[in-house]
Design a protein around this ligand. Structure first.
Ligand code: SF4
Length: 446
């Protein structure tokens, strides 16, 4: 999953302690207080991307496909309920291998026999066809400051309508949202009871029960985001790659309505689906979890190289993106490795690519570790700057002076100051420093 800039877990539909309030968010720039309060693609569809020969050669050379959930597809009763709600859709980017199927969305490359469920928990093989069960059925949504993604160089001070379904392509030991990312759709949604499709006018509150049976199809997402005064929609909290079809269709609908799309992702996605999705995306936040493949496998059950490939693809596609790196004690806090990571970013992505070091807080399967020492984060920032990165931030350390300030690379004055997720000072004019006129990389207006 991608990482939001907070250790505060997200509220989800299966959390009876919380109710969703959908009509009470502040309009306009967010104050500090408010911020705190807050198709059958088959073989034919893949033609031109990877031939069967390419695919099988690659598979032989690399690792076996990821673990999957054998025989865990929904029974006929659940399947029928899901179908009636419109919460399933034939998947995109997959291969039919007789009655088996292989998903080609992420490097896990799940191979499923009829009745199996995927590694990300959201996809099943039903009678030789691959379906996603994560469509139009978010288990959580909120209005967030865009700074919480975190995106610091993209429409600062604006709010973004943020949503997620269950499921993830990774198994991070430190996951902050494991209660949704490591669940299957049937564990976060309940299709029984009266159907409820959220659309304007919005009710002031949603109960846990309403949230669990609520539908929010792409056109509804866009209408709700617009009603709430959000100029963008964010696909976040869990992992948008795991709800790829829903993300992509919603991105298309949002773009038609002139809303921006933001994807917050771990970056583990194959190139063809990445290109098909990101052509509709305006900004991305990629979680580069480290720069050591062994650690990636141990900490996240992922691989490093696909993330680096995705970052290069995003650069080529010319969309705005920022990088976050969670510094986890004993896993990703080695300064030499951090230096190598920063050098790679400078060489491949340029000095203007914002990098956010984020402080680890003990949780999930790493509850026994201590939080990242602030001194380690400061050394990481120094190393990144020494490698040439111009915009380096430290997150999840409230009160650390200058940690979230954007400094002009020309005159070295502060041009954007932030307090938690609120923008408190914005000294830019047409994307340039108001003091010396240096252009600051980013997207500053709609
Ligand atoms: S997106 Fe899900 S089903 Fe597809 S390869 Fe990745 S983990 Fe497997």
């Amino acid at each position: 999953m991608g990482l939001d800039q907070t250790s505060r877990r997200t509220v989800s539909s299966h959390d009876p302690q919380h109710e969703h309030v959908v009509g009470h968010w502040p309009k306009g720039r967010i104050s500090r207080r408010a911020a705190i309060g807050l198709g059958a693609t088959g073989v034919a569809g893949l033609a031109g991307a990877a031939s069967l020969f390419d695919f099988f050669s690659k598979w032989r050379e690399s690792e076996a496909p990821a673990d999957i959930f054998k025989g865990d597809a929904p029974n006929n009763e659940i399947w029928e309920l899901w179908r009636k709600r419109g919460w399933m859709k034939e998947a995109s980017h997959y291969l039919k291998l007789g009655r088996n199927v292989q998903c080609k969305i992420c490097p896990n490359n799940c191979i499923l026999e009829p009745g199996d469920r995927s590694h990300c928990r959201n996809r099943v093989n039903r009678d030789g066809t691959l379906y996603t069960l994560a469509y139009g059925n978010p288990c959580t949504f909120h209005v967030d400051p865009v700074e919480k993604k975190p995106l610091f160089h993209f429409l600062p001070g604006t709010r973004t309508f943020s949503l997620a379904t269950s499921g993830c392509v990774f198994r991070c030991l430190n996951c902050q949202n494991w209660e949704i990312s490591q669940k299957k759709p049937e564990e976060t949604k309940n299709p029984r009871g009266e159907e409820l499709c959220l659309k304007p006018p919005l009710p002031p509150h949603l109960s846990h029960d309403q949230m669990s049976r609520l539908s929010l199809f792409p056109e509804n997402v866009v209408a709700v985001a617009a009603e709430l005064g959000c100029p963008s929609v964010s696909y976040t909290y869990s992992e948008p790659t795991a709800y790829y079809e829903y993300t992509q269709d919603t991105c298309k609908a949002a773009r038609e309505r002139k809303l921006k799309n933001i994807v917050v992702s771990c970056g583990s996605i194959e190139e063809r689906p990445a290109r098909d999705l990101y052509q509709f995306v305006d900004a991305a936040h990629v979680d580069l979890k480290g720069f050591d493949d062994d650690i990636y496998q141990k900490l996240n059950s992922g691989r490093l190289q696909p993330i680096l490939n995705t970052l290069k693809t995003l650069k080529e596609l010319n969309l705005w993106f920022e990088i976050i790196n969670l510094v986890v004690p004993t896993y990703t806090d080695n300064l030499d490795t951090i230096r190598r990571m920063c050098a790679w970013i400078v060489k491949e992505l340029g000095t203007d690519r914002p990098l956010h070091f984020s402080r680890f807080h003990p949780q999930h399967k790493l509850a026994h570790l201590t939080p990242t020492p602030v001194g380690t984060l400061l050394k990481a920032r120094d190393a990144a700057r020494a490698e040439g990165l111009r915009f380096v931030y430290i997150g999840n350390v409230p009160g650390l002076e200058g940690a979230e300030t954007t400094w002009c690379p020309g005159c070295k004055k502060a041009v954007i100051e932030r307090d938690i997720f609120a923008v408190t000072c914005l000294d830019l004019s047409d994307g340039k420093c108001r003091f010396c006129g240096t252009k600051i990389a980013g997207v500053w207006k709609m």
